[in-house]
Design a protein around this ligand. Structure first.
Ligand SMILES: [Zn+2]
Length: 181
């Protein structure tokens, strides 16, 4: 009830002149959908295969939700990451951040061009692409801005279609970055 009253007061506080000048804007994100891995470009098929291998080596004794990520560098080098859980839950980390931090540590001056992410759980067969959590999106965006060129991201479940975005920024509209500091 208290929350309802607060919202009502906020609405009443908006001058009518501002209401008439409100503009609605749409943010559109372009996705590419591939029905199977075999539809992907050859280098990205290989990248997704590396992500699948990394997924199987995830350390996920608590959630059993395994995630693998693989990053393709401009040099052709591929790096990987997978989720690493911990009995003190927040001390673990997602596959995407492990992959991107690992890559940043190994190749601080090289550009990342693409990232493939895949997930598997024993609870069900994941046939839809699995998106990254918000914290991973923020971390991935940092490296895209650092290198001043987009990183294409490919998401997949265990089987089925793959969704591609051309840039991490497509995953984080209205995001926060260093220019505001
Ligand atoms: Zn995450």
């Amino acid at each position: 009830m208290a929350r309802f009253v607060l919202v009502l007061r906020l609405l009443l506080a908006i001058p009518t002149t501002n209401i008439s000048s409100l503009k609605k804007q749409k943010i559109e994100i372009a996705l590419e959908v591939f029905e199977t891995i075999s539809e992907l470009p050859t280098d990205i098929q290989k990248l997704m295969n590396k992500a699948q291998q990394a997924r199987e080596n995830a350390y996920a004794p608590y959630s059993h939700f395994r995630v693998g990520a693989a990053i393709l560098m401009a040099s052709g080098e591929i790096t990987i990451g997978n989720n690493q859980e911990n009995a003190a839950y927040p001390s673990g980390l997602c596959a995407e951040r492990i992959a991107i931090f690992h890559t940043g540590a190994l190749f601080p001056n090289e550009k990342m061009v693409a990232m493939a992410i895949t997930a598997r759980t024993p609870n069900q067969t994941l046939t839809e692409p699995i998106g990254s959590c918000g914290a991973c999106r923020q971390s991935m965006a940092e490296y895209e801005q650092k290198q001043k060129s987009p990183i294409a991201v490919y998401f997949m479940g265990e089987t089925g279609k793959i969704v591609k975005v051309a840039s991490v920024m497509d995953l984080l509209p209205l995001g926060f970055d260093a220019k505001y500091l």
